[in-house]
Design a protein around this ligand. Structure first.
Ligand SMILES: *[C@@H]1O[C@H](CO)[C@@H](O)[C@H](O)[C@H]1NC(C)=O
Ligand SMILES: *[C@@H]1O[C@H](CO)[C@@H](O)[C@H](O)[C@H]1NC(C)=O
Ligand SMILES: *[C@@H]1O[C@H](CO)[C@@H](O)[C@H](O)[C@H]1NC(C)=O
Ligand SMILES: *[C@@H]1O[C@H](CO)[C@@H](O)[C@H](O)[C@H]1NC(C)=O
Length: 968
């Protein structure tokens, strides 16, 4: 398990921070990738066997043994990780492949070990109840009696199926979430299952969701409802389940989904929540109506949301009460209206708001959907700013119950022109974030799973769509399973925005040419089956501003696009089939052209005429050449990414210097001189992030909005005379296969360079030391936190101080993570002197260094320092949490013979394949006890443990619980 944890850590490190990239090892990687695939097949076969056996053996009293579960999880995890590694061969950064390449090799071993554990001679199952995690849920105000009623039905014998009914926003889901969480605490049911159904009902998706909620899985690639239904039936048939289906709109039968009907005999239960009593009756449910909140409950909830300090204004009390009355006990309305009044303390303003609300509600019939609509709309209207309102409305273009990230949402607002033009892109992103926070505070948008994800309550979305059903309209048919584009007559002339995203539309009939003169936004993204759009399609959409065709499979863009003179945003992300793009010269208004991962091999004609362009992403793997000087006209560019697989696509730094508004820049520069000149021009100081590449980086490189400031040098002639000049704010430095490169000291950096955090040096043949104090003080590495050294066959010391009087005490004083792979001539990792500075070091990992003899040693020979055999030298690494020593056949010592390392934070120690190592001189603050935090020790082979010696004679007993003998 713990090894899996490290593997995951490895992966996270590789995958998560795009800046911590590393270097490749191509040949090995490809071979390893193939081996890995084969291993994976064997493993998957074994997993299927185990799962089949489990299916037969698991029942209401029996569940899989922990070790089996862990094993399956391990298989699952390693599967994901391996898939990730394999997938990234093509798509990920060249540098991250390096790490992944190493990991591929490690994983082959890992798979072997997992296979060994997978035979389970003692059987697979034991008796015990299962568990599910509680759902996050807000406090429940009132509703106690309904809750008790439902609870009674679930625990009694009278009814097997319950339908929780009530108008939208009355709190059905919230009540059920509370019940769900309480059910989890009890043991009445073996499985407590929650699934959201939504509109429209998609049986296959629901089947997957139910399975997932049981921690089970249905085959992804089978779209046959019936087959999936019988699988689900089988899964659910074992043990007592309680199934909660939230937000059901349409009639369906249990059989067609694969839900075994709950009966008195099987003691299973089903609860659905729905706005439609009809649906509940159809299924034969006992209907429980959720009633609005009582006066007191309403008032409490209202005060919670508006802030209780409002009570300090006595004049407000009466108005407040009347206002609460107007909310009709609907929790959602109370929350939203209270929020819209938050911060208002003026009595007149309250009175005015009350009158306004009453006015709207005067003619509303009780029980109609309008009740909630008008109340929500009240707080929508109170947003006042029409920009903010439009941002809010634009969320309804997404499918129901859709979760997105804050970043994507703000990006969409900018793309749609909903955020006013500001001085910089960053300023617009900030503005968007502010609007988003406002909408969240007014409860019109809500946080989804995490801090960073956002969603819209379905009732609120209904309100938004209703607002956009009169006047300039929205047509939203997002993720509804459409296989065809809506009929031409549905494309009304007053359509303002259309979303057909994430459907299965495969074809648009020729000559389809909807007449939508005021259409501004069209979202067709995610229709991955769409291969052709008729040439005339956009002919009568002359007002179009934002067009999203991301992820569709067209080979050519229709000609009618050329005439969209008002188009500001054209998104073609991931259109991998796209080869032909007509001349874009007439799209004078275009501000954003995003062709990330599009299939084109030539730059679209006419780009140089797009003088308003602010955002240009040409990260196109197949792109061959960029005619020079196209940048000349694009003086408004804020974001520029140009990259391809080959190295022919270069940008002249000189041209970029003319772009005064640039904020993000990623490209390969012409040559060393060009890079140096560019840096000296100080243009980079305008940028909030950049990745400047020089030389052969045959793979791609990671792209991200959160990209930092990176310099990548690959297979280029640097070193000696040909010194690289670093920008003084560079954060990441990657050096790969630069033959002549001899040390970081070869790099010229201004004194001010203090931001460098991450550095990787890989496959450089000549490098003998990372830092050469003899030639330069290299102060720019003083703040380095992460250092990765890989495949440096001539490296002999990390820091060369030979002949230098005093070493800088600052060198590496901020280093946290140190990793070394395959430096075959290294004998000593750190000298005693260097170690003095490494007080912030958290992690040391050393892998496969054939001649490594000691981790810490004296400068010079060991003998010179051991004359006085009675003194003990103490080294301290107060923050060290991990020490991994892997395959170091010559390693004899961790530190000099009589030394000890005080490292009380050490939690993880792995010593594998270090046959000559004897003494483990690691102690905690209480000597000679081992470090107090040590909770995972991995030793391989097992026998090695016997021969290891700790200073504390009792250590081996004390450490026994932490000890593991992985086979890989
Ligand atoms: C366009 O579609 C892509 C891919 O689904 C999505 O990431 C992006 O947010 C969309 N942008 C807009 C403006 O719709
Ligand atoms: C929310 O996210 C931000 C960064 O996006 C982070 O700094 C903050 O700690 C997070 N807050 C919580 C409560 O998780
Ligand atoms: C295009 O934009 C211009 C200026 O904003 C406007 O006058 C014109 O009517 C628009 N064209 C169409 C067809 O909407
Ligand atoms: C843009 O540059 C081209 C040369 O590449 C030139 O012919 C054209 O006039 C320029 N357009 C504008 C608007 O400056």
């Amino acid at each position: 398990m713990a090894e899996i944890a490290t593997l995951i850590l490895e992966i996270i490190k590789c995958v998560a921070p795009p800046t911590q990239n590393c270097v490749d090892n191509h040949r090995n990687f490809k071979e390893n990738a193939e081996d890995l695939r084969n291993k994976l097949r064997i493993l998957d076969g074994r997993k299927e066997d185990v799962e089949t056996r489990l299916q037969d053996e698991v029942c209401s009293e029996k569940q899989a043994k922990n070790e089996v579960v862990v094993w399956l999880q391990d298989v699952e995890k390693i599967n994901v990780e391996i898939q990730d590694v394999l997938k990234r061969v093509h798509s990920a950064s060249y540098f991250s492949r390096a790490r992944l390449g190493k990991l591929a090799r490690e994983k082959i071993n890992a798979v072997d070990a997992i296979l060994q554990r997978g035979s389970f001679p003692e059987g697979l199952v034991v008796n015990k109840p299962a568990t599910t995690l509680p759902l996050p849920v807000e406090n429940l105000e009132g509703e106690d009696s309904v809750k008790e009623k439902i609870w009674g039905y679930l625990t009694g014998n009278q009814f097997q199926m319950v339908g929780v009914c009530g108008i939208g926003g009355v709190g059905k889901t919230t009540i059920m979430k509370h019940i769900h969480n309480e059910l989890l605490k009890g043991s009445r049911f073996d499985k407590v299952i929650w699934a959201t159904v939504s509109y429209p009902l998609n049986v296959v998706r629901l089947q997957h969701e139910i399975a997932k909620a049981m921690n089970e899985k249905l085959p992804e690639d089978d779209h046959d409802e019936q087959r999936q239904a019988s699988r689900l039936m089988h899964l659910m048939g074992k043990g007592k389940y309680v199934l909660i289906l939230d937000d059901v709109w349409e009639r369906f039968t249990l059989e067609c989904v694969g839900i075994p009907p709950p009966t008195l005999q099987n003691e299973c239960k089903l609860v659905i929540t729905s706005r439609e009593v009809d649906v509940c009756n159809f299924l034969g449910c006992k209907v429980v109506k959720v009633q609005p909140l009582s006066k007191q409950e309403s008032l409490n909830l209202f005060l919670d949301k508006v802030g209780r300090e409002i009570l300090q204004i006595p004049e407000l009390e009466a108005i407040l009460n009347l206002m609460v009355d107007e909310c009709a006990g609907l929790p959602l309305a109370i929350v939203v209206i209270a929020r819209s009044m938050k911060g208002v303390t003026d009595v007149q303003q309250w009175r005015h708001a009350l009158n306004e609300l009453r006015e709207r509600l005067r003619d509303i019939a009780k029980g109609s959907g309008d009740e909630i609509f008008e109340r929500l709309k009240f707080s929508y209207d109170r947003l006042q700013d029409s920009n903010i309102q439009n941002c809010f409305l634009s969320y309804s273009l997404y499918p129901e119950d859709y979760t997105t990230t804050k970043k994507d949402l703000v990006e969409q607002w900018i793309d749609e022109g909903l955020i006013e033009e500001l001085r910089s892109r960053q300023a617009m992103l900030d503005k968007g974030q502010t609007i988003l926070n406002g909408l969240k505070n007014s409860c019109l948008l809500e946080e989804a799973y995490s801090n960073d994800s956002i969603k819209m309550h379905d009732v609120v979305r209904d309100m938004a769509l209703r607002i956009k059903s009169i006047g300039p309209q929205f047509m939203v048919k997002a993720r509804m399973g459409l296989t065809e584009i809506p009929d031409e007559h549905e494309w009304a002339e007053n359509l303002e925005k259309v979303s057909l995203m994430q459907n299965e539309i495969s074809d648009i009939p020729p000559n389809t040419c909807p007449n939508c003169p005021i259409l501004t936004t069209l979202m067709l993204q995610g229709n991955s089956k769409l291969t052709k759009i008729p040439d005339c399609f956009f002919k009568n959409m002359q007002g179009l501003k934002c067009l999203n065709l991301s992820g569709i499979s067209i080979e050519s863009l229709p000609h009618s696009i050329c005439n969209l003179e008002n188009l500001t945003t054209l998104l073609l992300r991931g259109c991998r089939q796209l080869k032909h793009v007509p001349c874009l010269a007439k799209l004078k208004a275009l501000k954003k052209l995003d062709m990330f991962e599009a299939g084109i091999d030539v730059v679209p004609e006419g780009i140089d005429m797009l003088v308003n362009l602010q955002y240009l992403d040409l990260w196109c793997p197949e792109l061959v050449e960029l005619s020079t000087q196209i940048l000349g006209n694009l003086s408004h560019l804020q974001h520029l990414t140009v990259y391809c697989r080959s190295t022919t696509l270069k940008i002249k730094g000189e041209e970029v210097r003319g772009l005064k508004k640039l904020e993000t820049f990623q490209a390969q520069l012409y040559d060393l001189q060009d890079l140096n000149n560019y840096v000296k021009s100080n243009h980079f100081k305008r940028l909030s992030n950049y990745q400047l590449v020089l030389g052969q980086v045959e793979g791609n490189f990671d792209l991200s909005i959160h990209l930092s400031k990176v310099i990548s040098l690959g297979e280029c002639e640097i070193g000696g005379e040909d010194s690289v000049v670093l920008p003084d704010d560079v954060e990441d430095l990657w050096i790969h296969r630069c033959r002549k490169f001899r040390s970081l000291s070869d790099i010229y950096s201004p004194q001010k360079t203090t931001e460098l955090r991450n550095c990787s040096v890989t496959e450089c043949e000549e490098i003998e030391c990372v830092v050469d104090m003899v030639t330069s003080s290299s102060s720019f590495i003083n703040n380095l936190e992460w250092l990765w050294l890989d495949n440096l066959p001539n490296l002999s010391v990390v820091v060369n101080v030979e002949g230098v009087e005093a070493t800088s005490p600052h060198i590496f004083s901020n280093l946290k993570f140190f990793e070394m792979w395959e430096c075959s001539t290294m004998k000593r990792l750190f000298s005693f002197e260097l170690l003095q500075g490494l007080q912030n070091l958290e992690q040391i990992r050393v892998w496969n260094c054939q001649q490594m003899e000691e981790i810490i040693g004296w400068e010079g020979e060991e003998e010179n320092h051991t004359a006085d055999a009675t003194t003990t030298t103490t080294f301290t690494l107060p923050k060290l949490t991990e020490l991994t020593l892997h395959n170091l056949p010559e390693l004899k010592r961790i530190c000099p013979t009589r030394g000890v390392i005080v490292c009380d934070s050490l939690g993880w120690l792995a010593i594998k394949e270090c046959p000559k190592l004897r003494r483990i001189p690691l102690v905690g603050n209480v000597r000679p006890s081992p470090p107090a935090a040590l909770e995972e020790i991995q030793i391989k082979p097992k026998e090695l443990w016997e021969s290891l010696e700790w200073d504390d004679p009792n250590a081996k007993n004390v450490l026994q619980p932490s000890l593991h003998f992985p086979t890989y």
